[in-house]
Design a protein around this ligand. Sequence first.
Ligand SMILES: Cc1cc2nc3c(=O)[nH]c(=O)nc-3n(C[C@H](O)[C@H](O)[C@H](O)COP(=O)(O)OP(=O)(O)OC[C@H]3O[C@@H](n4cnc5c(N)ncnc54)[C@H](O)[C@@H]3O)c2cc1C
Length: 293
Amino acid sequence: MTNVLILFAEDRAAQGLAGAAEQLGGETRAILVDGDYQIEETLDALVDACRGADVILLANDTYSQEIAPRLAHRLGGACVGDGVGVARVDGRVRVTRQVYGGKAHAVVEVRRSPAVLWLRARSFSGGAAAASAAELSRDPGARSGRRSTRIVERNVSAQTHARLEDAQVIISGGRGIGGPEGFRDELEPLAKMLGAQMAASRAACDAGWVPPTWQVGQTGKKVAPELYVAVAITGASQHMAGISEARNIVAINIDPDAPIFKHARYGIVDDYRKVVPLLRERLTNLGNHEGKR
Ligand SMILES: Cc1cc2nc3c(=O)[nH]c(=O)nc-3n(C[C@H](O)[C@H](O)[C@H](O)COP(=O)(O)OP(=O)(O)OC[C@H]3O[C@@H](n4cnc5c(N)ncnc54)[C@H](O)[C@@H]3O)c2cc1C
């Protein structure tokens, strides 16, 4: 029984993946892939590096989601994505996934080896094993005849924050924000005060008010913060699918019947343009008060 963790450069998922590996038991080794990779070369090298492993664990970043099914295919194994739990039962690997927007769990038994799994790494408490990852050694010239795709250009967006998937506090806005000004003038100052990262519903992203990378939900990012503040977001099941692992949800919505309130630990029914400035004022006062102590 060998687990292999595949980690991408600057990946903060290492501890979570190591925690998942601990739950599976057996030996664990970690492989580090640098961020500037070519997919075909990397897959060739990973096929060699992962031989003998019966479980291969990746995180929920875009690199991992691209590589996992292709790696499973090349190794003759099976791939399961978006896992929030893993276990080994009677020698078989089982993966728990959320379905129906987090209202139910499906347990998938993997019948082919190796099991190549990408997981919501923050769903697992940290394990110790990932500290010393060996760098993946690649031969850029190897098997180049098989290369069917090649990354010709990378445009890295100026990212000042950590990945949204790793954020502890998230301020998220929906269509009810009304435009980019609301994000810029109301939500972003609040996020700065809380050391939070910004996110949004698909409606707000599709409207072009905020970057598509902010989208949380079924077709966006799956996040697991300690605190998720949903401002003017209705709480559609596709949005909730991305925040079902959030520890505490605070909802601010003008509509008392908005579905988000069913999931929220705290709810405020009012116009966000009234509530958010009050929250900022309160935080400023708290800060001043703390400063005087
Ligand atoms: C296949 C598929 C995949 C999808 N994937 C995603 C996904 O990944 N992520 C996602 O988010 N959505 C996704 N959606 C879309 C989803 O169904 C909803 O349409 C979307 O989440 C709605 O976004 P919203 O809550 O911001 O907007 P709305 O539904 O328009 O809600 C706006 C909310 O703002 C409130 N509001 C209005 N004005 C104010 C104010 N001044 N103060 C306070 N509250 C106010 C309203 O009461 C309302 O509740 C998907 C849909 C499909 C079909």
